[in-house]
Design a protein around this ligand. Structure first.
Ligand code: HEM
Length: 375
């Protein structure tokens, strides 16, 4: 009768033909995500080729050896040295966004701050010209909605259109960077074309980096500010020592309110998991949000506490071979966003009700009205 173990999953979790399993345990989530007897795809489950191509999320969606090959190609763009190089750009972007905030006026923290930051950073990193960044972001947002599944025919049609338009934008960018390489991700990818990456793999890789780069980080900043405003003493503590406490505020937000709430793995063979027989082809849904509140990993787990001494690694960035490749960037963006907000707008307060996005996977506010300064 352990409530944090493994139990049979009900719809709507994943393909239900074979029945699925769900786990809320930190230890079991971590073990499943690291266990090579599980993969992201069922060996038996071959999606319709058109679907597979259209919604291919590159290496996020792949098992070794393709996963290994493609991830190795992306990884150097997120090395500590590269990330340190992006820091001034992130700081400049954050300050530009804060410069636009009017003292005493209500503004939406999401659309004015949390969303534009990662969009600018990821489009910059990919090498998208500034003039095109908004179009990339708009199509990327539509594509990201597929992470939650395809809800209707009209949704499928919108996805198809966004996919086609985004593909055309990327094809132009590839052509540009083949002619004029620069120091950006797309230039590095096209330089590897034909040997380490095949031409048809380029667009899915760029889609993945674009979507993963902003649909998650926006929610990290939104969830952090939301939690801090709910806990005024901790917001004050952050404002008293922004540089010292911003990293801890980021980590506690990732634990307490992770932007990605769940993922899943498919058994590649019959296996035993916490006393249950999991059949080949069945999925185990790893509930990251629940695992991050497992009291055996985190004492007093429902308390948001930026002074918490780490007792375990949270699973906000997953675990095992798919551990988020962008996490150094996400952590840096989150840290700078919170630090500068606390330094520049210490009297920030709520100015209206929060609206949450409707999603079973991605969690965060879509609208967070706040006000700083006079009145
Ligand atoms: C993978 C979360 C930011 C790129 C993942 C996974 C999670 C995650 C949970 C693994 C999914 C699984 O195991 O099934 C987050 C969160 C972020 C964030 C919470 C922000 C707070 C970023 C950024 C980028 C990025 C900024 C880069 C531009 C990726 C990529 C993968 C990934 C490429 C696939 C890794 C693989 O399959 O090997 N992320 N991510 N993420 N993330 Fe992030």
């Amino acid at each position: 009768d352990d409530p944090y173990a493994v139990y049979r999953g009900m719809p709507p979790f994943g393909p239900t033909r074979l029945g699925n399993w769900v786990t809320t345990s930190h230890a079991i989530c971590d073990a499943v995500l690291r266990d090579r007897r599980f993969g992201v795809r069922s060996a038996d489950l071959t999606a319709a080729p058109a679907m597979a191509d259209e919604f291919d999320m590159s290496f996020l969606d792949k098992d070794p050896p393709d996963h290994t090959r493609l991830r190795r190609l992306a990884q150097p763009s997120f090395s500590p040295k590269q990330i340190a190089g992006y820091r001034p750009r992130v700081e400049r972007t954050v300050d530009e966004l804060l410069d636009r905030v009017e003292v005493g006026e209500t503004f939406d923290l999401v659309s004015a701050y949390a969303a534009p930051l990662p969009i600018r950073v990821i489009t910059d990193l990919l090498g998208v010209p500034d003039a095109d960044a908004e179009r990339f972001a708009a199509y990327g947002t539509v594509i990201a909605s597929a992470l939650d599944g395809i809800h209707s025919l009209s949704h499928a049609a919108r996805l198809k259109a966004a996919n086609r338009d985004l593909r055309a934008l990327f094809e132009d960018l590839f052509a540009l960077r083949r002619r004029e390489p620069a120091d950006d991700v797309v230039s590095r990818l096209v330089a590897a074309e034909g040997h380490r990456i095949q031409p048809h793999e380029l667009v899915p890789m760029c889609n993945l980096l674009l979507v993963a780069g902003f649909e998650t980080t926006v929610n990290l900043v939104g969830n952090a500010v939301n939690a801090l405003l709910d806990h005024p003493a901790q917001w004050e503590a952050l404002c008293a020592d922004p540089a010292g406490l911003a990293p801890a505020a980021v980590e506690e937000t990732l634990r307490y309110d992770p932007p990605v709430q769940r993922t899943a793995r498919c058994a590649r063979e019959d296996l035993e998991l916490a006393g249950h027989l999991v059949r080949r082809g069945q999925y185990v849904i790893t509930l990251i949000g629940a695992a991050n509140r497992d009291p055996r990993a985190f004492p007093d787990p429902d308390t948001f506490d930026i002074h918490r001494a780490p007792t375990a690694d949270h699973l906000a960035f997953s675990s095992g071979i798919h551990y988020c490749v962008g996490q150094p960037l996400a952590r840096m963006e989150g840290e700078i966003a919170l630090r500068r907000l606390a330094e520049r707008l210490p009297d920030l307060r709520r100015a209206g009700p929060l609206r949450r996005r409707v999603s079973g996977i991605v969690r965060g506010p879509i609208h967070l009205p706040v006000r700083a300064g006079a009145r």
